[in-house]
Design a protein around this ligand. Sequence first.
Ligand code: SAM
Ligand code: SF4
Length: 348
Amino acid sequence: MSVRPHPRDDATPPPGTGGGLEGPLVDRYGRVHDDLRISVTDRCNLRCVYCMPEDDLTFLPRAELLTFEEIARLGRVARALGVTSVRLTGGEPLVRRHLVDLVAQLAAVGFDDLSLTTNATLLAPLARPLAEAGLTRVNVSCDSLVPERFAAIRRRGDLATVLAAMDAAEAAGLVPLKVNVVVLRGQNDDEVLDFARFARETGRVVRFIEFMPLDAGGHWERDRLVPGTEVHATIDARWPLVGIDGHGAAPAERFAFADGRGEVGFISSVTQPFCGTCNRLRLTADGAIRNCLFSDDELSVRDVMRAGGSDEAVADVLRAAVGAKHPGHAINEPGFLAPRRSMSMIGG
Ligand code: SAM
Ligand code: SF4
């Protein structure tokens, strides 16, 4: 792994957190890491404008992907080190065949929360089997409530299928259902109130996400980003919002409607970074541990496993990744370079 010097990287190492399979995973800034995002594939059946180019994509060869057994093993080690929450993502996690089997293997590890982020195009028939295998919740990405807009932003798939999948997920008990909306200037920012109404009418938690410089096409521009504060102000003027206390390390700043009808959230990673309370680690589909979406620092846990490494050696990789974590990302600093891997390759 290459660890770049960081402009705000001035903390001294924390007191030893023990070796072997002892947790918790605490970094040099006292942040406890109990949340793991697992990318199960870099492939996807959609091509959202803010994530993937329409074509000219190269995907990982199958042999480079972690097997389900390797992922479950990493899960067990992470659990021993204090990880309590796991989210499966990608790429599109449901394009990986037999994902239900992986959910069952991870459920057996005993996490408090085992969830999935999906574009929901393949979710409806899988919702019940996933719930029965032990999945607790889903987050569904849906950037427009207008079919033509949805098609323009996501380039493939259709809105009706996604809305039907939300119903199927709730019927299967995968609740509370969260809906992720990436807000893009000039494309769907006029739908903010429609999404707020959707949250009020359905009880689903709509989370407005700032466009981040993680698109594979490299087309990110600050002008296309709609700040969370602006979205908040638009909604608050129509339906007053009150902050929900105790969101802890969750990235979404949570707000309830003052009249008690539902909840919305804001993931303002660019304009209001929440690095100070970041509690998460990421595992890429090819087995690299990343300690930040926006940093290229990676350590391969796959290489350790495939070289016959022990669980303790795997734990050492997790601890090293946490130990190397910077205090924050540098998106807003001069000279920031977008990470080499895009959102779909890292696992958002
Ligand atoms: N394919 C699944 C989906 O779309 O939900 C899971 C993976 S996707 C990378 C995870 C989340 O990242 C989605 O909610 C998506 O909207 C979001 N996302 C992707 N690229 C993004 C970007 N450049 N900025 C902000 N959010 C992004
Ligand atoms: Fe696929 Fe999700 Fe990226 Fe859209 S955001 S292209 S659905 S991985």
